[in-house]
Design a binder for this molecule. Structure first.
Ligand code: GLN
Length: 487
């Protein structure tokens, strides 16, 4: 079998170059595997086999003609279903967008296509990317590939599970408060949340515009770096995007990595919400860095304890405004089964939004409109913005002493279905270590502490948080860990 021996993009490209298999053969075999495996995992909402095979054929023709292959040519990539791919639905796992077909490609999709990637399908998520387990998807939850009785994390649970179950070599997700890193940790894969502005958000269904970033999932740090290199860059369609040189981001250098100082957050060491498994895994990972000669320094982030409260004011505020566009006139087709029984305009809004949105989405819209209302704006929203600034300056101050910051990704390994759905606050706590990074606009990567898993040993991930535009350092150090320090 072609895929049994392939873990990375470079192994796959080597196989193609040596003509051990063609792209068509590899992709055909992959779909056959997905059709079996995904009946359990349920990572995909939609497969794009026809288009994928067409792209595969054209790449094969180029290889036949003696052209060299590079970039992401022929590489199967899964796409979170809140990212627009021309001609395909983009549901954001909401009934409200079920009949919507994207009329253009998101910038990240244009870039993937240009690099020759094969878009194999759209993956499941929590509705409008609100959640940490995919249990908020209107189309049913995705399951963790290492134990299908457990959640894959969220909101990009489908993308993480697709890579974790070897149904794709890479995937795209979006991370507003942890939605790439937390599911990456729970599914035992690498997930990168870039610096705010490093990747265009054009064509990505907005959740909270000041926090959202698109980033890659992969089996290795090198592959995540490779995909990031392709999707990064300034975009005229996204005024918050910035150009930054990523040309040497995949050129890893061990001695440079080991000259770096790693900060350990005092406030996180004794965090009560952290499970014993995660705490032990963090000590293990840190010890490996220390043994390899990294300088470790303790730092303090005194305001991170307010991050969750601050996030759950800013996010709902921005989400309530972003989601106001789903009014039943512009996106939902009049032929859907939740067709509004139109009496007047207000009734159309009420019918569409009342039936189209799930509980969590409605909860956040209520919260958001409340904190933005004239009587409460200053007390909540304006105050949260000030706290956000304090959190940002905590990080910037810490980065005067250290180059990267080490932290857990999630407080516990994958949990069971239903375990955290009764009380939304328990679910919100899943992101206590990831949210501060989004509030500060920083890059961070989640890397599996160990490399092998089974039902009794579920994955745990650690984060490396970088300075603004410090993707190279976190990738370079992460790569050293993965190649040289991990068992
Ligand atoms: N789980 C967090 C939330 O529910 C993060 C979501 C995300 O990053 N998209 O808001």
């Amino acid at each position: 079998m072609i895929w049994d021996s392939i873990k990375t993009i470079s192994e796959y490209h080597a196989g193609l170059r040596e003509k051990k298999f063609s792209v068509v053969e590899a992709i055909t075999e992959l779909y056959a595997y997905i059709e079996k495996r995904d009946t359990d995992v349920r990572a995909f909402l939609q497969l794009q086999k026809e288009g994928a095979l067409k792209t595969a054929q054209s790449i094969d023709a180029r290889i036949q003609a003696g052209e060299s292959i590079g970039g992401l040519e022929g590489v199967p990539i899964a796409i979170k279903d809140n990212i627009l791919v021309h001609g395909f639905s983009a549901t954001a796992s909401s009934h409200l967008l079920e009949p919507y077909t994207a009329s253009y490609d998101a910038t990240v999709i244009q870039k993937l296509k240009k690099a020759g990637a094969i878009l194999i399908g759209k993956t499941n998520l929590d509705e409008f990317a609100m959640g940490s387990s995919t249990e908020n998807s209107a189309f049913g939850a995705t399951r963790n590939p290492h134990d299908i009785t457990k959640v894959p994390g969220g909101s990009s649970g489908g993308s993480a599970a697709a890579v974790g179950a070897h149904m794709a070599l890479g995937a795209l997700g979006s991370d507003t408060g942890g939605s790439i890193r937390q599911p990456a940790a729970l599914c035992g894969v690498v997930g990168l949340k870039p610096t705010y502005g490093a990747v265009s958000r054009y064509g990505v269904i907005s959740l909270a515009s000041s926090l959202d970033q698109v980033g890659p999932f992969a089996r290795t740090v090198a592959d995540a770096a490779h995909i990031f290199q392709v999707i990064a860059g300034a975009d005229v369609h996204d005024a918050t995007s910035h150009a930054h040189d990523v040309s040497s981001i995949t050129q890893f250098n061990q001695s440079q990595a080991r000259s770096r100082t790693i900060g350990v957050v005092d406030e996180y060491l004794h965090e009560q919400g952290m499970s014993p498994e995660v705490s032990t895994a963090m000590q293990k990972a840190l010890q490996r860095f220390e043994d390899a000669g990294y300088t470790i320094k303790h730092i303090s982030l005194p305001h991170v304890k307010y991050a969750l409260s601050c996030y759950y004011i800013i996010l709902p505020a921005e989400a309530s405004s972003n989601l106001a566009r789903y009014d039943g006139l512009r996106y939902a087709s009049q032929t859907t089964n939740h067709k509004p029984q139109t009496k007047n305009l207000l009734q159309t809004y009420l019918d569409t939004r009342g039936k189209g949105f799930g509980d969590e989405v409605r909860r956040r819209i209520l919260l958001g409109t409340f904190v933005l209302s004239s009587g409460y704006y200053d007390a909540y929203y304006a105050k949260a913005q000030k706290v956000r600034r304090l959190i940002q300056s905590d990080f910037l101050k810490a980065f005067k002493d250290v180059d990267v910051i080490f932290a857990p990704t999630a407080p516990s390994p994958a949990f069971s279905f239903g375990e955290k759905t009764q009380d939304p606050l328990t679910m919100y706590l899943e992101d206590m270590f990831t949210i501060p990074v989004n509030l500060a606009g920083l890059p961070a990567i989640s890397i599996p502490v160990d490399s092998a898993y089974d039902r009794n040993h579920m994955p745990v991930g650690f984060q490396l948080i970088g300075k603004p535009w410090g993707e190279y350092d976190i990738l370079n150090i992460g790569h050293d860990y993965e190649i040289n320090l991990r068992n």
